[in-house]
Design a protein around this ligand. Sequence first.
Ligand SMILES: NC(=O)c1ccc[n+]([C@@H]2O[C@H](COP(=O)([O-])OP(=O)(O)OC[C@H]3O[C@@H](n4cnc5c(N)ncnc54)[C@H](OP(=O)(O)O)[C@@H]3O)[C@@H](O)[C@H]2O)c1
Length: 285
Amino acid sequence: VSTPLAEVDEASAWELLLGLAHRGASASPAFPVAGIELCEAAPRGWQVVGAHTPAASVERLLDLYLPLCVGPRAHCLVLAHLATSLDGRVATESGNSQFISGHEDLLHTHRLRALFDAVVVGASTVEHDDPRLTTRMVEGPSPTRVILDPRGRLGCEHHVFADESVDTIVIRHAGHGAAMPERTTVIEHTGACDDLPAAFVLASLRARGLRRIFIEGGGITVSRFLAAGTIDRLHITVAPVILGSGRPAFVLPTIETLDAALRLPCDHFPLGGDVLFDCPIRSVE
Ligand SMILES: NC(=O)c1ccc[n+]([C@@H]2O[C@H](COP(=O)([O-])OP(=O)(O)OC[C@H]3O[C@@H](n4cnc5c(N)ncnc54)[C@H](OP(=O)(O)O)[C@@H]3O)[C@@H](O)[C@H]2O)c1
């Protein structure tokens, strides 16, 4: 069934995006809208064929989210998102971050959750924000929640463990932490290092059928995946606020000169009063 482009509104475009995101690796990438052609290698991921153009709100949805749903990497994508201040902080020193960015970025975060199989956060984010990591603000499935808690320091009272409406996975070093509720799966890492290697985390999730991974924060967690070269795409929303101190978005190995900086290709989208920088890191191979 193919819907004419002129009839596609925001709700039906979102439904199409959800369908594409969750269609699995083997299904056809056909986009059932007459007048839109997918061009998987192109930067926008799609183009209009014929006379009609979509409404501006539909065009914006497709521009932002279609590249996350089509292309050779789409069935196995790792995307990280952070909201930062103008001075690159994700929270105050004491861990307060609600909210650095505005409503549209919060909506964007819920949309990302709906488009991915799993949402990953570090132990400090659970400790300070006590998030649910569900898709309360948008249509679409809540992802499996993945908590990186290497030393098993989080108690069962946090929402991600106590709310059993969605599966939770906690990844920690073997021999650490208390027993977890029934709907929480514990994956143990048995290595000598302090780190939970990014490759181990991703391989463990893929082995459970979780292939589209959204890393929601905080800064330490995103930085470790970035340093390991495992992030395909970064979404950084910059809000016009200066904290002057606080937890940094990125902590990466020291560099001496700007030649060594990670300079990324980037598109940008206004999100209310904030600006989203959309950076594909690992381009189509
Ligand atoms: N602005 C945003 O977009 C945003 C998003 C999410 C959270 N936040 C805020 O950010 C703050 C937390 O960020 P954060 O950077 O301090 O911490 P974080 O990334 O939330 O958590 C870091 C901790 O998680 C564990 N961890 C994460 N990755 C690991 C790995 N690969 N190997 C081993 N352990 C790993 C470690 O736990 P141990 O300490 O036990 O070793 C690490 O110290 C909170 O205040 C939250 O409110 C902001």
